[in-house]
Design a protein around this ligand. Structure first.
Ligand SMILES: C[S@@+](CC[C@H](N)C(=O)[O-])C[C@H]1O[C@@H](n2cnc3c(N)ncnc32)[C@H](O)[C@@H]1O
Length: 233
């Protein structure tokens, strides 16, 4: 295993919501399946990226493995990684119970995953990059760029704050109130933790980071404070 210098960011240290807690992981899985239509999400991602049967896909921050599981039916293989061993074990059990053999799980992250195989056709990450501070987001994106084939596609979806906000207090207060009403107290509470402790960044910084490591941004889809970037190497 590679040795990292003393100053290297420890991505296994949890920031914000603790995804090493089994109760939290179970609750997250239930909540997400209730709140999100994962099948619709993965169909749309597949179409946006043009995923084919022959493609090898890397998913970073797979969480409870829902997207990996869905996408695996339409590609050659999915390598799904996460820094939370509890998440990975949970996802692996789910995938094995469905007799899927083309999803491979590793307990690693943006900054530590070492790809010993061929470069990937597609790399996907949803709601995970914000766990890293901005400098380390750049290092993560640079590493992903290196793991992607020429012309390969990169899909990044995450919480990104719009730079045109002027009244930050009411912007965040409205988000929390809307979430409480639409999705319940727990999601609103997690979002408060997210804003306070996690590292979501501003739109112009995210775009700058993607471009600075070499990605060509083909499309940006804004959905409130969640933004999707469809990029090409
Ligand atoms: C909010 S969950 C999102 C899970 C899943 N992608 C989804 O869309 O539901 C964030 C996930 O990112 C993982 N994570 C946090 N930091 C990470 C890192 N540096 N590298 C890879 N995964 C990370 C967490 O363990 C957690 O499973």
């Amino acid at each position: 295993m590679r040795q990292y210098p003393e100053w290297y960011y420890d991505e296994f240290k949890q920031v914000g919501v603790d995804y090493t807690d089994l109760g939290e992981v179970h609750a997250y899985d239930l909540r997400m399946r209730k709140l999100r239509n994962i099948e619709m999400e993965s169909n749309s991602i597949r179409e946006l990226l043009g995923i084919k049967n022959s493609d090898s896909v890397l998913e970073i921050g797979t969480g409870t493995g829902e997207l990996a599981l869905n996408i695996s039916a339409y590609c050659k293989e999915v390598v799904a990684i996460d820094v939370s061993k509890v998440m990975i074990d949970f996802a692996r059990i789910k995938v094995e119970s469905q007799n899927k053999t083309n999803v491979h799980f590793y307990n690693a992250g943006f900054l530590t995953y070492e790809n010993n195989g061929d470069q990937f056709d597609v790399i996907i990450t949803q709601l995970a990059l914000h766990h890293l501070p901005d400098y380390w987001k750049m290092i993560a994106l640079k590493r992903l760029y290196g793991m992607l084939k020429e012309d390969g596609k990169f899909y990044l979806r995450d919480v990104v704050f719009p730079s045109q906000i002027t009244d930050h207090d009411s912007y965040f207060a409205n988000i929390i109130t809307d979430l409480k009403n639409s999705s319940g107290d727990k999601i609103a509470e997690e979002t408060e933790i997210h804003i306070k402790e996690e590292f979501s960044t501003l739109d112009w910084i995210m775009e700058g980071l993607l471009k600075s490591v070499g990605f060509h941004i083909e499309n940006i889809i804004y959905d409130g404070f969640i933004t999707s970037y469809i990029c090409k190497k």
